[in-house]
Design a protein around this ligand. Structure first.
Ligand code: GSH
Length: 237
C-alpha cells in the first residue's frame, strides 16, 4: 500500500471543484484511477516545483504539471483508463487534450483576468486583502497575467477575435461530447478528466461572461458537466 499522494491545489472557489482546470483535471483523474490522495490548499505558486499549481507530493518528492503527473502515475501505478481505445482514438484524445490545455485555457484566462470576468475574479481572489492595499495588488496581479497573455500570444488579439477562437474550441468540444454520456460513450476515460475540467469551468463556474455564455448555449455540455459533478464531486452540490 502506498501512502496517499498529496495534491496541492488552489482553494475551491467560484462554485467549481477548482477555478484552475488543471487542478480539476488532476483531481478527477486521481478519482478515476482509484488513487488515494489528500488535498493541500496553496494560494501562491512561487514555491511549487514548476512555479505553477497543481503539483503533487508522493513518496517524499514533489512533481509538477498535471499532464506529467498523470503520465507518471499511469506507468508507475499501472493505471489503464483507456484500454481498448484504438491508436487513432488515443491520438485524437491527445489533440483534444492539447486544444484544452494550450489554447482554450488562454482564452479563459483572458476572459477572467482581462475580459468580463475580471470584476468577480478580482473580488474573489483579492477581496480579503486589506482595503488600502487591494487596488495595488489587483493592479500588479492583472498586469502579471496580461504579460503572460502577451507572451503566449492571446493577449495580442482583439476581444472579438479571442471570443471567436474560444467559440470554435467550445463548439468542437460540444461535437466531441455529442450525446455522451462520456467522450467515448458509456465509459469514462482519461480524456473526460480534461474535457470536464475545462467545460465545468465554463458551464458551472460562478461567472457570466461571453465565454461562459457560449459554453452554456450547448445543452449537452451543461448536462455532461452536471453528470460528472454529481457523480465525482457530490460535495459541491
Ligand atoms: N501545464 C501545467 C499548467 C498549470 C498552470 O498553468 N497553472 C496556473 C493556474 S491555472 C498557475 O499556477 N499559474 C501561476 C503562474 O503562472 O504564475 C499543468 O498542466 O499543471
Amino acid at each position: 500500500m502506498s501512502d496517499p499522494i498529496t495534491l496541492v491545489q488552489f482553494p475551491r472557489r467560484l462554485g467549481v471543484a477548482n477555478p484552475s482546470p488543471f487542478c480539476v483535471k488532476l483531481e478527477l483523474w486521481l478519482k478515476l484511477a482509484g488513487i488515494d490522495y489528500v488535498v493541500r490548499d496553496q494560494v501562491m505558486p512561487g514555491s511549487s516545483p514548476k512555479k505553477k499549481i497543481p503539483y503533487v507530493v508522493m513518496d517524499g518528492k514533489e512533481m509538477g504539471d498535471s499532464t506529467l503527473i498523470i503520465e507518471h502515475l499511469t506507468k508507475a501505478r499501472g493505471v489503464d483508463l483507456d484500454d481498448g481505445l484504438s491508436d487513432r482514438e488515443r491520438a485524437l484524445d491527445q489533440a483534444v487534450w492539447a486544444m484544452c490545455d494550450e489554447r482554450l485555457y488562454w482564452y479563459a484566462v483572458w476572459d477572467r483576468w482581462i475580459g468580463a470576468g475580471w470584476p468577480v475574479v478580482a473580488e474573489t481572489f483579492f477581496g480579503g486583502i486589506p482595503a488600502p492595499l487591494r487596488p495595488i495588488v489587483k493592479f500588479f496581479a492583472q498586469r502579471a497575467v496580461g504579460k503572460q497573455l502577451w507572451a503566449q500570444g492571446t493577449g495580442r488579439h482583439k476581444p472579438d477575435e479571442i471570443l471567436d477562437m474560444a467559440r470554435r474550441d467550445i463548439d468542437a468540444l460540444a461535437a466531441i461530447v455529442g450525446d455522451g454520456p462520456y467522450v467515448h460513450g458509456d465509459r469514462i476515460r482519461s480524456i473526460d478528466a480534461v474535457v470536464y475540467a475545462f467545460v465545468v469551468n465554463m458551464t458551472e463556474v460562478e461567472l457570466d461572461t461571453p465565454i461562459t455564455e457560449a459554453a452554456r448555449a450547448h445543452a449537452n455540455l451543461v448536462t455532461y458537466a452536471r453528470r460528472i459533478t454529481e457523480e465525482y464531486f457530490p460535495d459541491l452540490d
